[in-house]
Design a protein around this ligand. Structure first.
Ligand code: GUN
Ligand code: ZN
Length: 433
């Protein structure tokens, strides 16, 4: 018996950020590569035949010309919105009031929360996503549900209790004090337990009082090891509302900064309609933004300015934003990111899209030393892509003259049928059929 496993196939690795150096220098595909796994970790990445020779007892898993890459990292999701994904006809605030808040109300029932959390993680695993950063609901049990479901599956998950003490319906509001107390208790219970990571989670400025933002800012100062996630500048109407209720703030980002909620481990979802000051300040502080392109088109929010963010070296993650986003698939999400950038006149390369969906998201969550790239010492969270998963994709790929031309049709047209295999923490997860 051996606890060594060698995955052989085309292997994708990164040696840098393809938005900073050229993608040719930063992203590599070894057509006869190998990834050696021991326990839950990657032990080595290199030439498959060298690794075979050096480790003759390793169990071999042969993937041929399939692409072995890091498991996808979805940097902004709402797992409780699984049941209302693809709800018709509303823009952000109406969408929240009509579909989202009534559904989130149900998560006071631990059995309901556990059922949705399990379903959600299975759906994302079937799409090759091995880590998500999720909002829960205001109910502490909804946080327990997602961390417990993740632990059952051996998954690294980031999550936090969503805090709201105004502009939300009865039954879906906490208070400044209870948000602080519950978030603190959950953080102390879960952060660093197994693979769980806690994110302090004020939903967004309109649903928190100044007192609540201050209380959560204080909690973050006491626990700087935690992440802090929230929403920023998603829709024009929302920004006007924020101006109205925070008249002293210089801009939307300032509503967080004024209350101790701007920092390097801050993760700001959407960040579409940004003032130059907001981008400069984020760059200065090192906070990350998360691009949610299927959500931004579905809810009609706007076109994220990827080039402006990367020009300022602001860390950018990529995310589905389930269920504002209309898909669980990071392939579909990369396709939407490509389309949104095209509408802004920028053609994002396939290697850059793959980087955003893996290492870029991992960096935005400060998890790059654990996930998001295939390198020795990282967790063995791995996705294997079939680059010919449908007749249309297979035909297009058969005409490709290099690996990037072969990968791009799967990014643009692929779905869960392209997910040939998934490994979580060194354990093979049977892909859904
Ligand atoms: N802004 C505040 N809450 C939400 C949410 O649940 N989804 C999206 N897309 N935006 C939000
Ligand atoms: Zn969101």
């Amino acid at each position: 018996m051996t606890d060594l496993t060698l995955l052989c196939g085309q292997v994708l690795t990164f040696s840098g950020d393809p938005f900073v150096t050229s993608w040719q220098d930063a992203v590599h595909v070894d057509s006869a590569g190998g990834v050696l796994i021991r326990g839950g970790l990657i032990e080595a990445v290199g030439d498959a035949s060298d690794l075979r020779k050096a480790h003759p007892s390793a169990k071999i898993v042969e993937y041929g010309d399939k692409l072995i890459l890091p498991g996808f990292v979805d940097a902004h999701v709402h797992y409780p919105q699984t049941g209302i994904i693809a709800s018709w006809g509303k823009r952000l605030i109406d969408w929240l009031n009509t579909y989202t808040f009534p559904e989130e109300m149900l998560f006071g029932d631990p059995a309901y929360a556990a059922d949705v959390a399990g379903r959600y993680l299975d759906l994302t695993l079937a799409n090759g996503t091995t880590t998500v950063c999720s909002y829960a609901t205001i109910h502490p049990t909804s946080v327990d549900a997602i961390f417990e479901a993740a632990a059952l599956r051996g998954q690294r998950v980031v999550a936090g209790k969503t805090c709201m003490d105004r502009n939300a319906p009865d039954g879906l509001r906490d208070t400044a004090q209870s948000a602080y107390d519950d978030s603190k208790a959950l953080l102390e219970k879960w952060h660093g337990k197994g693979r769980a990571q806690y994110a302090i989670t004020p939903r967004f400025s309109p649903t928190s009082t100044v007192e609540q933002l201050e209380a959560l800012g204080a909690l973050w100062a006491e626990h700087p090891e935690a992440l802090m996630q929230t929403h920023l500048s998603e829709q024009v109407d929302e920004i006007a509302w924020v101006k109205d209720i925070y008249p002293n703030a210089r801009d939307y980002l300032d509503t967080y900064e004024m209350h101790g909620l701007l920092g390097k481990r801050g993760v700001y979802g959407h960040s579409i309609h940004m003032e130059p000051r907001e981008m400069d300040r984020l760059a200065e502080v090192g906070g990350a933004v998360v691009h949610c392109p299927t959500s931004n088109t579905f809810i009609g929010s706007g076109l994220f300015d990827l080039a402006a963010m990367k020009a300022r070296t602001i860390p950018v993650g990529l995310a589905t934003d389930t269920g504002g986003g209309s898909s669980f698939s990071m392939l579909r999400t990369m396709a939407a990111a490509y389309e949104v950038a095209q509408l802004r006149g920028v053609a994002v390369h396939a290697s850059q899209l793959l980087w955003l969906a893996t290492a870029g998201s991992a960096h935005s969550l400060h998890l790059q030393d654990h996930i998001g790239s295939l390198k020795a010492g990282n967790d063995a969270d791995i996705c294997v892509l079939d680059l010919a998963s449908t007749p249309a994709i297979a035909y297009r790929t058969s005409r490709a003259t290099d690996i990037w031309e072969a990968v791009f049709p799967t990014i643009m047209m692929g779905d869960d049928r392209a997910i040939a295999d998934v490994w979580v923490n060194g354990i093979q997860v049977a892909p859904a059929t």
